[in-house]
Design a protein around this ligand. Sequence first.
Ligand code: FE
Ligand code: FE
Length: 279
Amino acid sequence: MAEPFTHPDQWDDTVRERYNPNRKTEEFRDYGETVHPRVREFYRLNHTHQTVHFNREARRKWLNLDHAEMGIWEMMDELNKLVDDSDPDTDLSQIDHNLQTAEAMRRDGAPRWMQLTGLIHDLGKVLWLWGEPQWAVVGDTFPVGCAWSDKIVFHQFFTANPDAAVPEFQTENGIYEPGAGLDQVMLSWGHDEYLYHVTKDYLPEPAQYMIRYHSFYPAHREGAYTHLMNATDREMFEWVRKFNPYDLYSKADAPPDAKALRPYYDELINEFFPAKIRW
Ligand code: FE
Ligand code: FE
């Protein structure tokens, strides 16, 4: 099982299942036992390979942003090439998930920049199309270079990570200063960190936090890693927490009419972004 998932949304589905508000307490406890083998395999790969070294290399490889020049909607069309073969029941495309997240925010009267953030938050998944292994595109994120919190799902798989043998990486703060702020901390590489770098110059700070930390479940849902945060992080994580339910639970909504919504979102995109940005 080299690549456990056939589509990046399968990881999102596992998170939605884990934080399903209707779930019984016993089911929560048994989460690790009851999940599908490919979910376990995904986390095994992710926890084994997300090392400090891998993370430095991924940043060197991707953060020059010299892979493409494309507009926001153009990238949404690109991502629609990802088809979930494994799930014949859902014909929800990437654009649908993007629009559902944004539309749910719009209905609740969220500010325009936040609707836009809902629309674009997963565009970093293009890494999947561009050949990154899936454990380096999706998955709950966590700091590398310091001790792994036991709040990280499938924590036991970290024993296979080469960083487990590096004492410097295994203290509470590891290679970071306590309270240094998350901007100083390397979170495991994936679609969040990548898209943050692609879009940060165009968006207000709360939007940057929502994009960069939306998969950091150990912190925004489980409360771990406060010792690495600074005052700005603590303040901005309120926004990350506001964002999360829209990401998780808007999938139940009726499929959006992309054609009808396009003019509204084109205008919104143009309000913040130039016609093309660097990826
Ligand atoms: Fe995401
Ligand atoms: Fe999402």
